[in-house]
Design a binder for this molecule. Structure first.
Ligand code: 13P
Length: 287
């Protein structure tokens, strides 16, 4: 059931668990995540970066595929189709295409410009029933061309953006997209606690979910995180399972070259990874 992410994240914040955002790249990814959410009776957010949207030939293709698949698979758990790290123009394209949720990432603008553009997009999104995420501070590393230095958010700026009426807020707390380096200092719980204190009941978003140790995930949830984004870990699971299949020569046995067979181990690996994360985040049976 396609819905905005507002209600599912309010419930998560109140119930002290988090809803996973899993980024999609193609049909296999989308099907794996939707089926796992249904099997786990868990709400879920499908994240689409601008790069992945372009890869899938545009946001309209993505929205049409997700809506049709949600229907044909008989998905009854709440599913939000969400733009990840959207530009100003990208937000408008997704609103038009039929997404149910957008993220406007104005973190690289001066705070006044972030405020002005976020204000405008909050009004447009809410008038059409979409949820909207904003960002303060930046997520380190690189994701699909979005590069961040990884500075921690200023809690006062978080309050300023939260007060604009966004539905959930991503605050940089030392998190990084992609794999964490061996010398990573860990999440700044000091920053998270300060942000949480300032923004009251606002559900917080933890980007860069890949590779964050389980105890840090649980602590982050206890400090107001209600949405956790995972992308790279699903990609790595898919890659490892596909490599194993090919290295075992299975693609050369019988009809092992059939794309539906070739992509199946990766598909199953994504399902297993998404289930593991839903259990860790506490969203199982919360649909
Ligand atoms: P990872 O790729 O590190 O899991 O980050 C995902 C993310 O934050 C998407 O916005």
């Amino acid at each position: 059931m396609l819905v905005s992410a507002t209600e599912m994240l309010k419930k998560a914040r109140d119930g002290k668990y988090a809803v996973g955002q899993f980024n999609i790249n193609n049909l296999e990814w989308t099907k794996a995540i939707l089926l796992t959410a249904q099997e786990c009776n868990s709400p879920v957010i499908l994240g689409v970066s601008e790069g992945a949207g372009k890869y899938m030939t545009g946001f309209e293709t993505v929205a049409a595929m997700v809506a049709a698949m949600d229907k044909s698979l008989g998905i009854t758990v709440p599913v939000a189709l969400h733009l990840d790290h959207g530009s100003y123009e990208g937000c408008y394209k997704c609103i038009k295409a039929g997404f149910t949720s957008i993220m406007f990432d104005g973190s690289h603008f001066p705070i006044e410009e972030n405020v002005a553009k976020t204000t405008e997009l909050v009004n447009v999104a809410h008038n059409l029933g979409l949820s909207i995420e904003a960002e303060v501070g930046s997520i380190g590393g690189e994701e699909d061309g979005v590069v961040g230095a990884g500075e921690c958010a200023d809690p006062n700026e978080c309050k300023m953006i939260a007060d604009l009426g966004v539905d959930f807020l991503a605050a940089g707390i030392g998190n990084i997209h992609g794999k964490y380096p061996a010398n990573w200092a860990g999440l700044s719980f000091e920053t998270l606690a300060a942000v949480n204190e300032k923004v009251g009941e606002m559900p917080l978003v933890l980007h860069g979910g890949t590779g964050i140790p389980d105890d840090m995930i649980k602590k982050a949830i206890s400090l107001g995180v209600a949405k956790i984004n995972v992308n790279t870990e699903c990609q790595l699971s898919f890659q490892e399972a596909t490599r194993e299949y090919i290295e075992a020569g299975k693609d050369q046995q019988g009809k092992g070259f059939d794309p539906r067979k070739l992509l199946n181990p990766g598909f199953e690996a994504i399902k297993a990874k998404v289930k593991e994360k839903m259990e860790l985040f506490g969203s199982v049976d919360k649909a």
